[in-house]
Design a protein around this ligand. Structure first.
Ligand SMILES: NC(=O)c1ccc[n+]([C@@H]2O[C@H](COP(=O)([O-])OP(=O)(O)OC[C@H]3O[C@@H](n4cnc5c(N)ncnc54)[C@H](OP(=O)(O)O)[C@@H]3O)[C@@H](O)[C@H]2O)c1
Length: 339
């Protein structure tokens, strides 16, 4: 059966500067009939991910392909299968896959890199497949803190973007493992939530001019581990007051994504504080992922791990939601649901 769909497209590249909602346009197109192996999906929850930023610059060399102007944005979503010519999936199944930012999306989309998988039966809430149980959410936080970070009980851990998706989970996981956790976040509302609801030991404003002194007040000997999602000046400050030796786990560099030049590190704290600096993705730890998911499921069921979400509704909300992610408008996982 032929279908028409609305979709969100990029109307100009954004090599530098903030993503604005008016960089996007909602258009309509006809979808082709399915061929063998294809699916017609109705996305029900879209994942808003910082990784999209590098696909909007129009400059090659990013690890994911650039989004062509006028074509649909693609991202991770949970969708319902509407029609199937796929051997293993039936209409009505709920799948985690790439999907176009559209009311209806043919899988595989352009530049497909992720096969559709049915939702794990232990996941009651579809959005949790993107956040707390998602590869770019809980599994990043778990492998970052436990596998890459090798956190130990009694250590002091600093987490940046601590009220965001990965950061809020990373900090909680470090606490579950017996560490003392200091979160960095951009608003009083976020900082109160970290200490009052998520059990962080302290929460600080990373824009404070005396951030180094405030960190020293909570950790006089310096943090043992810095789980970093932002990079730039904030990270330079944290690295300058770390214990010797200590570890920096580079999860992301969101403070640099709007710039066309990379963050240039002053290497002196790495030498002076004997720091080990390690970038990572959860895919570096494939053997650890099943047990990590088991842990996350158990912790959420027991109430030890609290997943937070910021929900916007409807296809029209997608441009504002991705822009908002870079303005700190989210607490926990930024999602857009479609009724
Ligand atoms: N290594 C991996 O495999 C992997 C996987 C997933 C994500 N990541 C990375 O992890 C980071 C967080 O991603 P996420 O999806 O969990 O997003 P998120 O933390 O939920 O949202 C981004 C948050 O970052 C903060 N932020 C935005 N711009 C900033 C800036 N210029 N300086 C400092 N903070 C800023 C904002 O919080 P405030 O209000 O506190 O400023 C915002 O809420 C990103 O760098 C992303 O690329 C890496």
């Amino acid at each position: 059966m032929s279908h028409t769909t609305r979709f969100v497209s990029l109307n100009r590249h954004i090599p530098t500067g903030r993503i604005e909602p008016d960089h996007f346009t909602i258009q309509t197109k006809n979808l082709p009939n399915l061929t063998n192996g294809q699916l017609l999906l109705r996305p029900i929850v879209f994942s808003l991910d910082a990784t999209l930023r590098g696909q909007l610059t129009g400059q090659e060399g990013y690890f994911l392909p650039q989004i062509p102007l006028g074509e649909a944005i693609t991202g991770i979503a949970v969708s319902e299968v509407v029609e199937s010519r796929h051997p293993n999936l039936q209409p009505g199944d709920r799948v985690l896959s790439q999907a176009e930012w559209a009311d209806l999306s043919v899988w595989p989309p352009r530049d497909s890199w992720l096969d559709p998988t049915p939702l794990d039966p232990r996941i009651d809430k579809p959005s949790h497949a993107l956040g707390v149980f998602g590869l770019l959410g809980g599994l990043t936080a778990h492998t970052g803190i436990i596998e890459a970070g090798q956190v130990r009980a009694g250590e002091t851990v600093v987490v940046s973007a601590a009220a965001g998706n990965v950061g809020s989970l990373a900090g909680q996981i470090a606490r579950i493992r017996g560490a003392r956790v200091i979160g960095l976040a951009g608003s009083q509302q976020k900082r109160a939530l970290l200490t009052e609801r998520l059990g962080f030991d302290a929460a600080l404003d990373y824009r404070a001019p005396d951030l180094a002194e405030q960190l020293r007040a909570f950790a006089p000997a310096g943090p043992d581990l810095y789980f970093d999602a932002v990079g730039g000046e904030v990270s330079q400050t944290v690295m300058g007051i770390m214990r010797r030796p200590a570890r920096v786990i580079v999860c992301g560099l969101i403070s640099t994504y709007d710039h066309d030049t990379a963050w240039t590190i002053d290497i002196r704290p790495i030498y002076g504080n004997g720091l080990t600096l390690q970038g990572f993705t959860p895919l570096q730890f494939p053997d650890a992922l099943p047990a990590a998911l088991d842990d996350l499921v158990d912790w959420v069921r027991d109430g030890a791990l609290i997943p937070l979400e910021t929900e916007r509704r409807g296809l029209d909300a997608l441009p504002g939601a991705i822009s908002g992610l870079f303005r700190g408008e989210n607490i926990g996982k930024m999602i857009v649901t479609v009724p």
